[in-house]
Design a protein around this ligand. Structure first.
Ligand code: HEC
Length: 226
């Protein structure tokens, strides 16, 4: 967690204490402790009982940018929690991954790459959809919270693999381009239980923003590929 904290902290300068991202991090910690306590009480492992969900919901207030429906588990989240870190049964994983793959929308105009400079700004931004954000704030991808991307940015997290030289190492064949787009749109299509946000499927980034992030990963001129 060292990387994400560093990266988030970097943005905290000059903001009132109550609004600092580490406060949010601390609250997220409280929530996961509450959740872990609740889970331990469940005989079946990961499935969350109705009273744990109720108790979680009573601990938070809905905000325009972060509603309490975020606390409802999807079928996929429930299956992954039940597996408790172990691989899902193959038939279940295959079905959930197929569902995720079927949800992916490719660019209507067939253009996958935008402007890597915009992509870098999106990768750096963790704004949008946080409870302290004003409604309508344009969301970023916060990619650096989990990935190394360019050589220049030293504050990055390691929850995800390094993406430094992603395009240089993989090239930009039609297959790579389609895979990368799909990974960004809905990562659960490739690995049902993984921590990366569904940037397209969950409506976090727009199609145009996704194109810019694609260019950051794949454009030979992008700092990621130097
Ligand atoms: C909360 C953490 C998190 C965030 C934020 C995140 N990712 Fe990821 N990402 C991951 C993880 C974890 C994996 C590996 C998933 C797996 O094991 O299947 C991954 C995998 C990937 C891969 C596939 C790598 C490969 O080797 O094929 C790409 C590409 C990628 N991420 C790009 C991005 C981009 C671009 C952003 C920002 C728009 C981003 N990620 C934001 C966690 C994250």
């Amino acid at each position: 967690m060292k990387g994400p904290e560093m990266n988030i902290d970097k943005r905290a300068t000059g903001r009132p204490v109550a609004d600092r991202p580490w406060t949010r991090l601390a609250w997220a910690g409280v929530a996961s402790v509450a959740l872990a306590g609740g889970l331990a009480a469940c005989a079946s492992g990961g499935s969350r009982s109705a009273d744990v969900t109720e108790s979680l919901k009573s601990s938070f207030n809905a905000r325009p940018t972060a509603g309490l429906e975020r606390l409802d588990q999807s079928e996929l989240q429930r299956a992954c929690s039940d597996a408790a870190g172990k691989p899902l049964p193959k038939a279940v994983a295959d079905r959930l991954q197929e569902q995720a793959l079927a949800s992916i929308k490719y660019p209507a105009d067939g253009q996958f790459l935008g402007d890597w400079k915009e992509g870098e700004r999106i990768a750096q931004s963790g704004r949008g959809l946080q409870f302290t954000d004003a409604p309508g704030t344009v969301a970023g991808g916060n990619c650096y919270a989990c990935h190394r991307l360019s050589r220049q940015e030293l504050a990055y997290g390691t929850i995800g693999p390094s993406l430094y030289q992603y395009g240089k190492l993989r090239g930009n064949s039609a297959e790579t381009v389609k895979y990368t787009w799909s990974r960004l749109w809905n990562p659960h299509a490739f690995n049902a239980c993984n921590a990366m946000p569904r940037f397209g499927a969950a409506g976090i980034l727009t199609e145009q923003q996704l194109k810019h992030v694609m260019a950051l990963l794949l454009d030979p001129a992008s700092p990621v590929n130097q």
